[in-house]
Design a protein around this ligand. Structure first.
Ligand SMILES: Nc1ncnc2c1ncn2[C@@H]1O[C@H](COP(=O)(O)OP(=O)(O)OP(=O)(O)O)[C@@H](O)[C@H]1O
Ligand SMILES: [Mg+2]
Length: 161
């Protein structure tokens, strides 16, 4: 499996900064899969996205509530599908409407709701390294998303340190 772009962050602040830079490249309706083990830094990354979208509310993990929505320059939807066990819950929570809407949507544990996800999405994976840094990789299906990653790579090369 090839990865389009990969970057290492040394601490929590850098992961947030990367999320903030990434957020500036997103458009309404964009869908992002966000994967990584417990404590990898998924929520940290989305907090950075929130900063990039001028969201004032504190962004917390949607672990128990499954869906968090925030108002910003573009609305932000943060889904954690880990606790979804029945397709019925998807309907009760209105997740399809959320996904089809004009917000930007991040989905943790996307496999759980695969049936309602579009084919074209941007993929982010966060992996802990042995020295407790993070490898963050970006890949995508869909030309618009592939362009976002190319743009991110450019932005990061002169703005990220
Ligand atoms: N480079 C890094 N990037 C992000 N977080 C880091 C980094 N280095 C250390 N950390 C620490 O790792 C933890 C990441 O927590 P976070 O809640 O963002 O993870 P998560 O992937 O959302 O976990 P969970 O699956 O439990 O919700 C924080 O305590 C953070 O300070
Ligand atoms: Mg989290």
């Amino acid at each position: 499996v090839t990865v389009l772009f990969e970057i290492k962050t040394f601490d929590h602040q850098q992961t947030k900064k990367l999320g903030e830079i990434f957020a500036k490249l997103l458009k309404p309706g964009y869908m992002i899969r966000l994967e990584g083990d417990l404590g990898a830094g998924k929520t940290t990354f989305v907090q950075g996205v929130g900063a990039g979208l001028d969201i004032r509310d504190r962004i917390t993990s949607p672990t128990f509530t499954i869906l968090h929505q925030y108002d910003g320059k573009i609305p932000l939807n943060h889904i954690d599908a880990y606790r979804i066990d029945f397709l019925e819950e998807i309907r009760e929570l209105g997740l399809e409407e959320v996904i089809d809407g004009q917000g930007i949507t991040f989905v943790e544990w996307p496999d759980k709701i695969e049936s309602i996800l579009p084919e074209e999405m941007l993929y982010i994976k966060i992996n802990k390294t042995e020295d407790d840094q993070r490898n963050i990789s970006f890949d995508a299906i869909g030309n618009d998303y592939l362009k976002v990653i190319k743009e991110l790579e450019k932005s990061v090369s002169y703005r990220f340190r």
